[in-house]
Design a protein. Structure first.
Length: 216
């Protein structure tokens, strides 16, 4: 009986020591960083005069927000929905590159969030972006103010796009029609198609990889 108790206590002590060693070992293992690309963790940009680091969420248990979990929304947009007009479709890395150029003084670029402010209150926005509701372009009532932001002038009742900015336009995602509607209207009004970039993935794609968002 005593021998059995001895072996029981001995085995229990070994289990405790093994568990303690495992805890110590786990605590010493460095957490692997979530990178944008190899050797590229973050980039410092400017959002409305405030420095912001764009990086991916480092919490490996982080999931996309509930707002974007539904799969029933909208209609899937083609990869190049504006043919034959040369509107370039871009993804996350190209978007980051445009934000970086803009942050370093290239004022020929504007990142445009074409969603209403109500959506931005829920999801936030991409750093560097300016909110211009697609309705502001579709509706002639608000178009003048929006075109001022785009550096488009009116010359003898005609729009002058000579110094128009490069617009990188996004909305909620590849199922959302707000950016396509804005872009089609811009082209119809004479905006140079080569100066328009379409971020098809939008906020859903941006958030799906845990990239930084900001409030307006």
């Amino acid at each position: 009986m005593m021998l059995r108790q001895f072996f029981y206590k001995f085995n229990f002590s070994i289990l405790l020591v093994s568990a303690s060693l495992q805890v110590i070992a786990d605590s010493e293992v460095p957490v692997k960083e979530v990178l944008i690309q190899k050797d590229f963790k973050s980039i410092n940009v400017i959002h409305h005069s405030v420095p912001v680091d764009i990086e991916r969420n480092q919490d490996r248990k982080h999931n996309i927000m509930e707002f974007y979990q539904g799969t029933w929304r909208g209609k899937i947009q083609p990869l190049h929905p504006f043919k034959p007009y040369p509107v370039e479709t871009v993804a996350e890395l190209e978007m980051i590159d445009y934000i970086d150029k803009m942050s370093h003084g290239d004022d020929s670029i504007m990142i445009v969030d074409s969603r209403p402010k109500s959506a931005i209150l829920i999801t936030g926005m991409i750093p560097g972006a300016t909110q211009v509701d697609y309705i502001d372009i579709v509706s002639s009532h608000y178009r003048v103010k929006a075109f001022e932001l785009f550096n488009v002038k009116k010359n003898n009742s005609q729009w002058d796009f000579t110094d128009a900015k490069i617009l990188v336009i996004y909305c909620n995602g590849l199922w959302c029609g707000k950016s396509p509607r804005m872009i089609r209207k811009l082209i119809k009004l004479g905006y140079p198609a080569q100066k328009i970039k379409y971020y098809r993935g939008g906020m859903q794609a941006w958030k799906s990889v845990g990239l930084t968002t900001v409030k307006e």
